[in-house]
Structures are given as structure tokens and as C-alpha cells.
Ligand binder design. Structure first.
Ligand code: NAI
Ligand code: 13P
Length: 343
């Protein structure tokens, strides 16, 4: 049987943490996978050195996941096409705003029997609306794409603290293969027949986490945050089931649903930056670069992208939390209005 060869497209905070897991798993399951993994790095200079050189020399992503070794069967590569050459599995894990450019570069260069999985939390926004990222990848590259999303704050997983995740599959064989690629004793994988439900929960919880950070900035307390979590989950479910078909109710109770909303509302970057937004009155763009050292905020951009659809469809009253978060982030609405405008 031909072994699977894995290529990772992305090497940020999550990309680096999940690559550590895959690098151990491909060695453990050497009957199924080739030992070496190539990881595409968006090249940049760190301390006067190329980041790819630093990763390959120190076996550590010193910028995006400092302090955690990346096994030596991973090679960082700055050239996207070279990274995917010969790969039979593509793992997409770039911030959502960059995926289209990646797909454009890969178009026509990927064989149709390659399997892909997207770990990206976001939508692709265009004039015609919001497309799931898995659909964009699938349409550009003409391949099957699964999704993986869950309550997965990257540094906690790098510390090997117990957590769960969810894989959404269309083809059960792909779901089972990806489970072997990602699962460890401390990182438990559930698989469900709902690619889009899994990935869109991940996209929308980022917006709810922005709301939770605003609540923290306002010093509103845990009851208020719990209300944001509850209302947020309901708006997520309504939004996804209004605009996409075949979404399962059970998906919202998997790690990708309720669990990810909770962890992101307590420990995520969107929460952190939204709290600082309320306290400092600086813009999200300024705070992103001040606080995240190159990591990317996804929730504010997604809030803007989904608001275009809510507004176009005249659904502001159906999605008061999403609408109010957007208005506070972009329209100068006072953060105090968060709880006033959603009841
Ligand atoms: N960090 C986390 O705890 C988790 C993140 N995710 C999701 O994973 C996806 C990727 O996030 P992270 O790996 O955390 O990335 P990150 O937030 O650390 O983003 C920085 C990455 O973007 C790259 N980058 C910068 N400009 C670029 C460009 N023009 N083109 C391509 N790449 C560029 C950087 O080189 C770096 O690798 C996101 O959708 C995020 O929501 C999912 C679960 C956990
Ligand atoms: O997706 C995440 C946890 O599951 C990370 O969320 P943040 O991007 O808000 O850090």
C-alpha cells in the first residue's frame, strides 16, 4: 500500500502546535504515513535570520510557538509549490484571510486523489456571500476537503494538556484516516459527518469571543459572560442553519461547538484583544500588532464579513449579538451598549 505523505500549509501558532502532533503520529503509524513532513512557512526575517532557517536549525518556531520543540522529521520550506510536491494529504492552517491566495497558487498543481483537511476558522467573503473555506479549497483544487475544529487553544495543546477536537468528514474513510493523523492520548478526536457545521462553528465562535472580551473590558462578571456564551451559541446555530444546508444539531454539542465557544471566551486571543479594545480605546488593528506579535485576529474580520450578510438580508433583529459586536468594533457604538442592545 502506498504511504500517505503529509504537507502542512501554514506555520503560525496553531499550525506549529498541530504539526508537532502530526510529526509524532506519522512516526508512530509508519505503516500508513511517510516519516517526513513538509511545512510551508510564509517567510519573514526574525532576529536578522530567515524564519525557515531558524525553524530547521533549532527545531522550534521561535516566533509563533516559542519554547516547544518541533520534531526533526518536519522541514520548514518557504516555497509553497515545493512544500506540496508529492504530498497526498494537505493540511491547511493559515489565517482565513490568506487562504484564497494560497489556493490560487496551488490551482492546477494538485492531483485529484489528494485529500485535504482545513483547520482554518473563518469564511471566504466575496460579492456573492460567504463561502465555507473547505468549499473554496475543494473548488480551486478539485479535491475532497474535511475540516477540524475544536476547543483548541494552541499553547495548551503544545503543553499536552487534555483537550478534544472534532473532525467533519464527507467520506468516512477520510475521517478515520485523519483521526489517526491527529489523535493522541491528550488530544481526543471525535468525527462527525458534517464538514461545514464543524468549520463554521469555529468561524463564528471567534465573533462571540470578541463579545466576551468586551464584557471583560467592561468588568461585567461571569454571569454576563455566560449570557454572551448562551446567546452567542444560539446565534451561531441560527446563522449556520439559515444559510447552509445539511448541518446537524449534534455538531453544536461537539468540541467544535459549545466547548470552543467556552474556551475562546475565557482564554483566546480574540477575547484578550477585545478586552484591551474596551480598556484602551485603541483600534483593533493597533492592538493586534501590539499584543499578538504577528499572530492574527480572526473574530473582528469575521464580524464584519457576517454583518454584510445580516444587513443585506435585513436580519439585524434576528442576530442582535453579532450586529452589536460589529457596531462596537467598527461603527463607534459604545461598548456598554453590548448588553443593552441584545435584550
Ligand atoms: N492559535 C490558536 O490557538 C488556534 C488557531 N486556530 C485557527 O487556525 C488558523 C491559523 O491560525 P494560527 O496558526 O494560530 O496563525 P497565527 O494567528 O499565528 O498567524 C500568523 C501566521 O500567518 C502567517 N502570515 C502572515 N502573513 C501572511 C500572508 N500574507 N500569507 C500567508 N501567511 C501569512 C504568518 O507567517 C504566521 O504563520 C486560524 O484560522 C485560527 O483561527 C484554530 C485553533 C486554535
Ligand atoms: O480557536 C481557538 C481556540 O479553539 C483560538 O481562539 P483565538 O483565535 O481567539 O485565540
Amino acid at each position: 500500500m502506498k504511504k500517505e505523505r503529509v504537507a502542512v500549509i501554514g506555520s503560525g501558532n496553531w499550525g506549529s502546535a498541530i504539526t508537532r502532533i502530526m510529526a509524532n503520529n506519522v512516526r508512530e503509524h509508519g505503516n500508513l504515513f511517510e516519516r517526513d513532513i513538509r511545512m510551508w512557512v510564509f517567510e519573514e526575517i526574525v532576529n536578522n535570520r530567515k524564519l525557515t532557517e531558524l525553524i530547521n536549525e533549532k527545531h522550534e518556531n521561535v516566533k509563533y510557538l516559542p519554547g516547544y520543540k518541533i520534531p526533526d522529521n518536519v522541514r520548514a520550506i518557504p516555497d509553497l509549490i515545493e512544500t506540496v510536491q508529492g504530498a497526498t494529504i494537505l493540511v491547511f492552517v493559515v489565517p482565513h484571510q490568506f487562504v484564497l491566495k494560497v489556493c490560487e497558487q496551488l490551482k492546477g498543481k494538485i492531483s485529484s486523489d489528494v485529500k485535504a483537511i482545513s483547520l482554518i476558522k473563518g469564511f471566504h467573503a466575496s460579492e456573492s456571500g460567504l463561502k465555507p473555506i473547505t468549499h473554496v479549497i475543494s473548488e480551486y483544487l478539485n479535491i475532497n476537503v474535511s475540516s477540524l475544529s475544536g476547543a483548541n487553544i494552541a499553547h495548551e495543546i503544545a503543553e499536552e494538556k487534555f483537550s478534544e477536537t472534532t473532525i467533519g468528514y464527507k467520506n468516512v474513510k477520510d475521517g478515520e484516516l485523519f483521526k489517526i493523523l491527529f489523535e493522541t492520548k491528550y488530544f481526543r478526536v471525535g468525527i462527525v459527518d458534517d464538514v461545514v457545521g464543524v468549520e463554521l462553528c469555529g468561524a463564528l465562535k471567534n465573533v462571540v469571543a470578541v463579545g466576551a472580551g468586551m464584557v471583560d473590558g467592561l468588568k461585567m462578571g461571569d454571569n454576563t459572560k455566560a449570557a454572551i456564551i448562551r446567546i452567542g451559541l444560539l446565534e451561531m446555530k441560527k446563522f449556520i442553519q439559515t444559510f447552509y444546508s445539511g448541518i446537524r444539531d449534534e455538531t453544536f454539542f461537539q468540541s467544535c461547538g459549545i466547548a470552543d465557544v467556552i474556551t475562546s471566551c475565557y482564554g483566546g486571543r480574540n477575547r484578550k484583544v477585545a478586552e484591551a479594545f474596551v480598556l484602551s480605546k485603541k483600534s483593533f488593528e493597533e492592538l493586534e500588532s501590539e499584543l499578538l506579535n504577528g499572530q492574527k485576529l480572526q473574530g473582528t474580520l469575521t464580524a464584519k464579513e457576517i454583518y454584510q450578510v445580516i444587513k443585506r438580508e435585513n436580519l439585524e433583529n434576528e442576530f442582535p449579538l453579532f450586529t452589536t459586536i460589529y457596531r462596537i468594533a467598527y461603527d463607534g457604538l459604545a461598548p456598554e451598549r453590548l448588553v443593552k442592545d441584545i435584550v
